[in-house]
Design a protein around this ligand. Structure first.
Ligand SMILES: O=C(O)[C@H](O)[C@@H](O)[C@H](O)[C@H](O)COP(=O)(O)O
Ligand code: SF4
Length: 609
């Protein structure tokens, strides 16, 4: 094992010892009560089975030696990625009956499509929706009728939210069931080019819409390597998907066979199935370290610098940005998938995908192999890929070499010796940057600040021709407590145009960017946030700011005495109303700092005794 991987793992275990022990004790207590439906009083039990369609299912549920599997589903028609889940419950129930078990939809969770809400008021509910999904997962599983659970979720906040909720029921075996990417449309680079042309007035709205509809054209996950597809890699590398199943397209025979096998496998992991493997045994410090290695090796979404600390905490594990930075420093960049390159996740999968990446990272000692997974003990299982031998689902060793070195490489020939994410520190606070998507010549920007308090103001300034210069856009009061920490991805075309025109531009914000954001250097998630009086609240137009993605520095070059004497800007008024945002005010007030996952649950989870 690489010494740095061991060092970070050991310090993570040491830092987490108290909260991890309490968590595991809580899970052991929950497990000791057995299949809780057996302890329900008759009325409670009768209510729990009344909805069962068949007498056989009802009878099986009365028998404690058959497993009842709770299905938590994030199906809706708003996310192309989640539309395929519409028929999953029936497919799963049928597969469970084949092995003498029962499936019940325990509950649904909401799911927001960040693509629909990008740049809209709804985006200010996006991060909060992760917490709502976690609570909705708990509501579903709180019926306590289940010996295991299957979690149906793919996109941005949905997987992290499902994880947070599921981990609070970590005494149960659980499996995540992916749906797969839509077939490739027009290249993501071409989509981005048409957007920039439209922003410059060189393309019509009809041309823009035609381009977007050719990019996002059918059910399945969008094919860029954003937060949703980063979720798939993170879940598979933590052993919560079946091996090699993340990027099999929806509505295919192989996809349906994998979904049915996931149902069979989770039954095997129950006490009744004989291979009892609860979620809390799979998600430990080694699994969390493996997830951060995979995140960095693939140039994954910056959103995971929030999500992984947040769900790790739900398992009693205290992951920090410094841990993530230290792992990134020794994790080579192995993949070039948009926005880090031209390829999409279908290409990534076709040239070897996750199985190949696991193989090369294991060979380099950069992943923990001795971990529990839903497929059994040992991560080596995840170098295998599934395929159909006639009607039979089987696994075989994945490719020993990448089938396209322009997209996916082995550790010895990596695109870069270090990962795609950087933690930035300095007198403006701590932030993160996705350097893997920024060309080397753009990774260091030192220029005067131009301060904005909404992303609309920046767009207006661009359209008024005020930004044709070198500058650092400081977009503040976008943090979790201010307005829910929205993604500011709509800024990408404007800043991209200015960069293409030869100006040195960068973004500094306490808000977020999309996992699909790239090309422009951005220091995001800056903490402490301006709403809490963080340094961004002191910045004035004209201040010289240095964003250094190479050394990891984020500095305002103002005399210390003058800087410390600065008044902090007042909080914007009249925000957080409309589009339901007023319903989330209590949650915004409870959000922890970005470095702790920007979570409403941090304080409570850390205080559990
Ligand atoms: O983090 C992410 O990956 C994004 O939130 C993504 O899910 C979002 O939908 C993007 O906005 C889509 O990209 P476009 O907005 O460029 O289509
Ligand atoms: S990847 Fe983003 S845009 Fe695509 S379906 Fe998921 S949330 Fe929506």
């Amino acid at each position: 094992m690489h010494p740095r991987i061991l060092e970070v793992t050991d310090r993570l275990i040491a830092r987490s010892r108290a909260t991890r022990e309490r968590y595991l004790a809580q899970m052991a207590a929950a497990d000791s009560q057995g299949p809780h439906r057996g302890a329900l009083q008759c009325a409670n039990f009768a209510h729990g089975v009344a909805g069962c369609g068949s007498a056989e299912d009802k009878q099986r549920l009365r028998l404690m030696n058959e497993a009842n599997v709770g299905i938590v589903t994030a199906y809706n028609d708003m996310l192309s990625a989640h539309q395929p889940y519409e028929h999953y419950p029936e497919l799963i129930k049928q597969a469970l009956r084949q092995v003498g078990s029962v499936g019940q939809v325990a509950g649904g969770v909401p799911a927001m499509c960040d693509g629909v809400t990008q740049g809209e008021p709804g985006m200010e509910l996006s991060l909060a929706s992760r917490e709502v999904i976690a609570m909705s997962t708990a509501v579903a599983l709180s019926h306590n009728m289940f010996d295991a659970a299957m979690l149906l979720g793919i996109c941005d906040k949905i997987v992290p939210g499902l994880m947070i909720g599921a981990l609070r029921f970590g005494h149960l075996p659980m499996i995540f069931v992916p749906g797969g990417p839509m077939p490739s449309g027009i290249p993501n680079k071409e989509k981005a080019e048409v957007r920039q042309l439209y922003a410059e007035g060189k393309a019509t709205r009809e041309q823009l819409l035609e381009s977007e509809m050719k990019s996002y054209h059918s059910p399945g996950t969008c094919t860029f390597y954003g937060t949703a597809n980063t979720n798939q890699v993170v879940m598979e590398i933590m052993g919560l998907h079946l091996p090699g199943s993340s990027f099999v397209n929806p509505y295919t025979q192989l996809r349906d066979a994998l979904t049915a096998e996931a149902a069979h496998q989770v039954v095997r992991l129950t006490r009744q199935g004989g291979e009892y493997t609860p979620l809390c045994r799979i998600i430990d410090e080694k699994a969390i370290v493996n997830s951060v290695v995979a995140l960095n090796a693939t140039g994954g979404s910056t959103n995971h610098t929030l999500h992984i600390p947040a769900f790790a905490r739900a398992a009693g594990i205290q992951l920090t940005w410094q841990d993530m930075a230290d792992l990134s420093a020794v994790t080579p960049t192995l993949a070039k998938v948009y926005p880090n390159g031209q390829a999409d996740v279908n290409h990534f999968h076709a040239c070897g995908g996750v199985p190949f990446m696991v193989r090369t990272l294991l060979e380099a000692g950069l992943l923990h192999e001795d971990v529990y997974t839903v497929a059994g003990h040992g991560l080596s299982r995840y170098t295998q890929e599934p395929f159909l031998d006639g009607e039979r689902l089987v696994w075989r060793q994945g490719p020993e070499q990448s089938l396209d070195r322009n997209i996916l490489r082995s550790v010895p020939e990596a695109f870069s010796p270090e990962g795609g994410l950087r933690v930035l520190t300095g007198n403006l606070g701590n932030g993160v940057a996705k350097v893997s998507a920024v060309a080397p010549e753009h990774q260091v920007v030192e220029a005067p600040a131009r301060v904005f308090e909404t992303q609309v103001d920046l767009a207006e300034a661009f359209k008024a021709g005020e930004l044709e210069r070198d500058f650092v856009a400081v977009v503040r009061f976008q943090g979790p407590k201010a307005n829910g920490m929205p993604e500011l991805h709509k800024l990408t075309p404007y800043l991209g145009i200015l960069q293409d025109r030869g100006f040195k531009v960068a973004l500094v914000t306490d808000g977020r960017m999309s996992g699909a954001s790239g090309k422009v250097p951005a220091a995001i998630h800056v903490s402490p946030e301006a709403w809490d009086g963080g340094p961004l609240a002191r910045v004035r137009d004209g201040d010289l700011i240095r964003v250094d993605g190479v050394t990891g520095h984020l500095q305002v070059l103002v005399d210390d005495i003058a800087w410390n004497a600065r008044e902090i800007a007042p909080r914007p008024q009249g925000t957080g109303v409309g589009c339901g945002r007023e319903l989330f005010a209590f949650m915004r007030a409870a959000f922890s700092p970005a470095e702790e996952g920007a979570s409403a649950f941090t304080a409570e989870l850390d205080s559990l005794r």
